[in-house]
Ligand binder design. Structure first.
Ligand code: GLA
Length: 373
């Protein structure tokens, strides 16, 4: 929630502010497919970035982050330049895209707060983008549909922040719906909601609290390799590609292509499994996805593998790394009464890596919207 005491302290007159929130996301399955015209199956989570906003009758934007306890300020004619504080570049990127798309807005005071863990693979960056975009567009009378909002968020991250992410995170933060996962075709942006009827199971997020420094470099490298696959095989899209055609590729590219093609199949099967209430089949697909991310796409790491191996060992029905990889979290499908493994896993993990795991119970939630506090 928004810390209104702090808001008053920083800007004064908290009553003049309007309040917005946007959720993070967790991806059930369909990893590294969203920039390859593939399928994904994420849902928005009940952890958010909150944004309080008011116009300030000046030509300046003042932004405060409660998480980093830092203020930044810039003129409306100085939106082109990146800020030295990394977190500012997400809201600034949103203003930059709006301005370049011809939208006009006034000076504003913006206060950000969050209960989303940063770097856990729950996409706090898309949540900041969507929270700020909902807030800025609403108070300035800019009318945007959800799809445009997702695209603006992605553009800010691709072109201003400099991460070449796909559209899954922003789309989920915009379109999220309580009780539903989103089956999204990232090629056409057609989507359908799939009820999250998990029966006696629920999702548990196990955050390894590691983030390897190679993450963003390796992410961009995977994108390049995928572009190379299409170029070599003379295809416009992965959707035109058949598994029988990839044999002529060099070994590394064959592995990458195989992951993408099989992962798309797994998303389709997972949607079916969820719709049929076959949670054990869904769990099996999660393990398969992890194996593929580890061996074919090579974006896992020792810490993530350790957690997934432990889950398998304990007969938990499914689990896999989630998000970009090289750290972050594992998503596990667990029965409520099975939760007693947490302490044991945490202890074994600490012994091996000297790091404390964090466990987060998550539920699905609605996408970005205005709230009252
Ligand atoms: C990151 C990106 C997403 C997606 C995932 C991998 O979270 O932001 O667009 O590519 O990695 O599936």
């Amino acid at each position: 929630m928004i810390d209104t005491v702090k808001l008053n302290e920083v800007f004064g007159d908290a009553k003049k502010f309007r309040f917005f929130r946007a959720p993070g996301r967790v991806n059930i399955i369909g990893e590294h497919t969203d920039y390859n015209d593939g399928f994904v199956l994420p849902f928005a989570v009940d952890k958010f970035v909150f944004c309080a906003i008011r116009k300030n009758k000046s030509k300046k934007v003042r932004i405060f982050s409660a998480l980093f306890d830092e203020m930044d300020e810039f003129g409306l004619d100085d939106i082109e330049n990146k800020s030295e504080k990394f977190w500012v570049n997400y809201p600034k990127g949103i203003l930059w895209v709006l301005k370049n798309s011809g939208y006009e807005f006034d000076g504003m005071d913006i206060f950000l707060d969050s209960n989303l863990p940063v770097g856990a693979g729950l996409s706090s960056s898309a949540a900041i983008e969507l929270a700020v975009l909902s807030a800025v567009s609403t108070v300035n009378g800019i009318k945007l549909d959800k799809e445009s909002m997702a695209k603006i968020g992605q553009k800010a991250e691709n072109e201003f922040v400099g991460v070449r992410c796909g559209i899954m995170d922003q789309f989920t933060s915009a379109f999220g719906k309580k009780g539903q996962a989103i089956f999204l075709d990232t090629m056409t942006l057609k989507y359908k909601y799939v009820p999250l009827n998990l029966g006696e199971y629920s999702f548990l997020i196990i955050d390894t609290n590691v983030k390897h420094s190679l993450a963003s470099g390796e992410y961009n490298l995977r994108r390049k390799q995928c572009e190379e696959i299409l170029k070599t095989l003379n295809k416009k899209s992965f959707r035109e590609l058949k598994i029988s055609e990839i044999e002529i590729l060099p070994e590394v590219l064959q592995k990458r292509a195989k992951h993408v093609l099989m992962e798309n199949e797994r998303v389709l099967k997972s949607v079916e499994a969820l719709e049929n209430g076959d949670i054990e089949e869904l769990g099996r697909l999660l393990y398969e996805s992890h194996q593929s991310l580890k061996e074919l796409y090579e974006v896992s790491c020792e810490e993530l593998d350790f957690v997934v191996d432990y889950l398998k060992d304990k007969d938990i029905i499914g689990g896999r790394m989630v998000g970009g990889g090289f750290g972050g979290s594992v998503i596990a499908l667990v029965k409520r009464e099975e939760k007693n493994f947490e302490e044991d896993l945490a202890e074994k993990f600490r012994k091996k890596f000297s790091i404390d795991l964090t466990f987060e119970e998550i539920e699905s939630e609605d996408g970005a919207k205005e709230i009252t506090v």
